[in-house]
Design a binder for this molecule. Structure first.
Ligand code: HEM
Length: 427
């Protein structure tokens, strides 16, 4: 079995565990020896992510060895240094611009999806292109089409890297096909070369890009902006793209819910369509849309689990942690509020509204919490609301062929074979 298969099966295991043993942690073994603690208890997850975070550094060598060091992979001072280069921009973005750029790309996606009425599978490349365009416009102030590389290059690099995620520590560079390594090296070169064009004077430098270029001369940090941007492309757009795919799946599987949200979006547009500011507030704060996004991130978090490595021994509610243990927090299993429902596996906006948006709900768990909380959480919630608002307004989505969902883990969770969906225009 390939390492990719092992990690994809792990996604199924995460769901089985949440179903069969809700709230309970489990110990399994990787490669017959390495202890892997799978955490579903919310208090324990909070200890790992927040209260005893220093004991649980990220387990992300699989990313850094392929794409280089970045804020996604580093710890301590190296992480803080990198975090300071992008976080001010991810936190203090112009919300109105974020909304209008996202709406524009949402409309573009809707138009293109409708151009292929016979398609039976969601064109995920189109969605990825749209979400990455939002990212480059917002934070680099550059049109994606001006970057001389295939728009899925960074996603593909992380996908290739992800096959090392479950390889025993210390053996990451061994036993792999020359073919894969050749592809990785070639792709990395293509991406880094393409990004280099941002260094020149052909483009005005965005404030974030400027901060990164200046940081390259700081001694002791070995910082290069190409490495940082490659992983930020993945963090800032693949997650959001897969979320859009899963959202469309969820809408198609739940036609009543889809009709309800469509009627709500129609009403919002009828009331505020002529006033961009009012439209923005109405969509961003729409209670049912917010609940839908929370349910989406609870049922299909694009990162369904995150992994850490235990530094020292520790005590969790029902198990001892030993130094060197791999600690996996299940972002599906920690949503303890919904797991108490009669049927937690169906989206339920009313229940989601009752449960709120705090700890143990999709709006928090999907992005994790504590020190390593998603840097783009607030931005992601705006762009998801804007893009989904448009898609729900303009499209009717249906299942094209009923088949069981098979998960595939490519550094993120996607549906193997793609989402079996077809699209129709709304009158
Ligand atoms: C639906 C969309 C998104 C989801 C579900 C999501 C989820 C996550 C999760 C779970 C992590 C933590 C990974 C770990 O600790 O192992 C993370 C980290 C991160 N995300 Fe997101 N993310 C999304 C969108 C975004 C966007 C739009 C941006 C940027 C604009 C972004 C930037 C980041 C960054 C920079 C980190 C690393 C934080 C650090 O450790 O310094 N994310 N994200």
């Amino acid at each position: 079995m390939s390492h990719q298969d092992i990690s994809s099966r792990f996604c199924h295991y995460i769901y089985d565990l949440a179903r069969d043993r809700p709230g309970r942690n489990e110990i399994c073994r990787q490669h017959g020896f390495q202890r892997v603690l799978v955490i579903q208890n919310l208090e324990d997850a909070d200890r790992i992510m927040r209260r005893n975070v220093d004991n649980y550094p990220k387990n992300s060598r699989w990313i850094s060895q392929v794409a280089g060091n970045s804020r996604l992979t580093e710890e301590g001072g190296q992480w803080k240094f990198r975090q300071n280069l992008s976080q001010p921009f991810f936190s203090k973005y112009d919300a109105s611009r974020a909304f209008s750029v996202s709406m524009t790309h949402g409309r573009h996606m809707a138009e293109h999806l409708l151009r292929e009425p016979d398609a039976q599978v969601l064109d995920e490349a189109l969605v990825h292109q749209g979400m990455l365009s939002i990212f480059t416009q917002m934070f680099l102030e550059v049109e994606l089409s001006h970057l001389p590389m295939a728009h899925d290059s960074a996603s593909r690099l992380i996908e290739l890297a992800s096959s090392y995620a479950f390889v025993p520590p210390g053996q990451e560079s061994l036993k792999d096909s020359k073919e894969r390594i050749r592809e990785i090296l070639q792709l990395r070169k293509t991406i880094f070369n393409a990004l280099q064009c941002l260094r020149g004077d052909a483009f005005a430098h965005s404030p974030m890009l400027n901060a990164m270029l200046e940081a390259e001369s700081a001694p002791g940090f070995d910082f290069t902006f190409e490495k940082e941007l490659t992983t930020l492309f993945d963090a800032g757009s693949d997650t959001a793209s897969y979320s859009i795919g899963w959202a469309l799946h969820l809408l198609a599987e739940n036609p009543d819910l889809q009709e309800h949200l469509h009627a709500a979006m129609r009403e919002v547009h009828a009331l505020h369509g002529h006033d961009p500011q009012a439209l923005e507030s109405a969509i961003a704060q729409h209670a049912d849309l917010r609940c839908f996004i929370s349910e989406l991130l609870r049922l299909y978090p694009p990162l369904p689990f995150i992994t850490r490595l235990a530094r020292d021994a520790d005590q969790l509610s029902d198990m001892n942690v030993e130094p060197g243990d791999v600690v996996v927090v299940s972002l599906v299993g920690v949503n303890h509020k919904a797991l108490g429902r009669a049927d937690p596996w169906k989206p339920d906006l009313r229940a989601a509204r009752r449960e709120g948006f705090g700890m143990g709900t999709g709006t928090i768990s999907g992005f994790v919490w504590g020190r390593r909380v998603c840097g783009g959480r607030s931005f992601a919630l705006v762009e998801l609301a804007a893009v989904l608002g448009v898609l729900i307004l303009r499209l009717k989505v249906e299942v094209s062929r009923q088949e069981p969902v098979v998960y595939e883990w490519v550094g993120q969770m996607r549906r193997k074979g793609g989402h079996l969906l077809k699209f129709m225009p709304r009158p």
